[in-house]
Design a protein around this ligand. Structure first.
Ligand code: DAH
Length: 367
């Protein structure tokens, strides 16, 4: 059996501890910032530091030395902890002050954020048109862009084999036979409004419309119209012409007038194409003869085509439960892109759809 040699109990190295405390205090005083102070704390009072090791060794000392050692180490450790706490406070305060001084934000400086967008001129023009109708005492109506074939065609007296129903004009919604289309005009809102609101009725409906057209300078598969419908007792074509003249004046200036040419639409009888007198060339002075032959707006005719109109066909009124013997009225549809092109000299419809903010910004901001 191997007998263990009894270990000499370690004696406390007073000098080493005093030196460690002094070193710690010096390091604390010298720490330039809180990060450095954290390091100092680990080195001088951390688990492996001289002070911590000595502290842990107290229990192994001979009994009679423990009290003195405890006192020495405890006091040293206390001084170091106190110095650490004070320095921590001092450095943290200095750092905060520094941050406040260097990180301040001048909220009055101009920003370099991305420039704001701009409202689209079609939206602005649509709102203007709405204002015009509200000014006449009319209401604004809306309808869905995915529309029942019945509202888009049948209610409006289109024959089952009317060419406009054919695939080359109309986007049909899948599956085949769904009975739904992307509305090809805003006219279905006529029937919706008649059914929902009844008569008398004065409504304008601006909205997006769709046709299977290839996009080019003057065509777009997605475009916008504004529909007007007035149904009351005793309305005549004179009321229609008066209303169109009011629209022409608001859109193109005082003195603008309209002209009607006979036409055909299934939902109006009689039907007409409406022309506004050219606002751009000398035609506005009075007679067709004054039109400038090379006018880019009217092509020398003195007139610009604006859309269709007419007296609402009794068949439409009947389909919507209105007695045509009692109530009559007129309707019209205008192309909003066309108005914008004419008023503002936009030469290519595709510019309106490309989404380049510079196109919109060109029109300035209207609120
Ligand atoms: N809906 C027709 C189109 O898109 C335009 C139109 C013509 C509307 C005559 C009307 C109208 O209200 O009375 O071509």
């Amino acid at each position: 059996m191997v007998s263990e040699t009894p270990q000499t109990p370690p004696a406390i190295d007073e000098q080493a501890i005093t030196a460690a405390v002094e070193q710690a205090l010096a390091a604390i005083a010298a720490a330039p910032d809180t990060a450095a102070l954290k390091q100092v704390r680990i080195e001088h009072v951390g688990d492996r530091s001289v002070i911590a090791t000595a502290n842990a060794g107290i229990k192994d000392l001979p009994k009679d030395q423990r009290a003195a050692a405890g006192k020495l180490i405890g006091q040293g450790k206390g001084r170091v902890q106190k110095a650490l706490a004070e320095r921590q406070q001092e450095l943290a305060a200095a750092e905060e002050e520094q941050a406040l001084a260097t990180e301040k934000v001048d909220v009055t400086l101009p920003t370099d954020r991305l420039p704001r967008g701009a409202r689209h001129p079609l939206s602005l023009l649509t709102e203007r048109l709405e204002d015009l109708f509200v000014g006449l005492g009319w209401e604004i109506a809306e309808g869905p862009e995915i529309e029942a074939e019945w509202f888009n065609f049948d209610a409006l007296n289109f024959d089952v084999d009317h060419p406009a129903r054919q695939m080359q004009d109309t986007f049909y919604v899948a599956p085949e036979g769904s009975g739904q289309v992307l509305r090809t005009h805003t006219s279905p809102v006529q029937a919706r409004a008649l059914l929902e609101r009844g008569v008398p009725l004065y409504i304008a409906c601006p909205g997006t419309t769709f046709r299977t057209d290839e996009p080019d300078a003057t065509h777009s598969p997605v475009f916008h119209q504004v529909e007007g419908l007035a149904i009351d007792k005793g309305l005549t074509m004179a009321n229609l012409v008066g209303t169109l003249d009011a629209i022409a004046r608001t859109m193109f200036g005082e003195g603008a007038i309209t002209r009607l040419r006979p036409s055909y639409f299934p939902f109006t009888e009689p039907s007409a194409e409406m022309d506004f007198r050219c606002f751009s060339c000398d035609a506005k002075l009075g007679t067709d003869r004054d039109a400038s032959p090379d006018c880019r707006v009217c092509g020398g005719t003195g007139w610009i085509e604006m859309g269709g109109c007419g007296m609402v066909n009794p068949a439409v009124l009947r389909a919507c439960g209105v007695d045509p013997e009692e109530y009559q009225g007129f309707a019209f549809g205008l192309g909003i892109e066309r108005i914008l092109m004419l008023r503002n000299g936009v030469e290519d419809m595709r510019d309106m759809a490309e989404g380049d903010v510079r196109f919109s910004q060109h029109y300035g901001t209207e609120i």
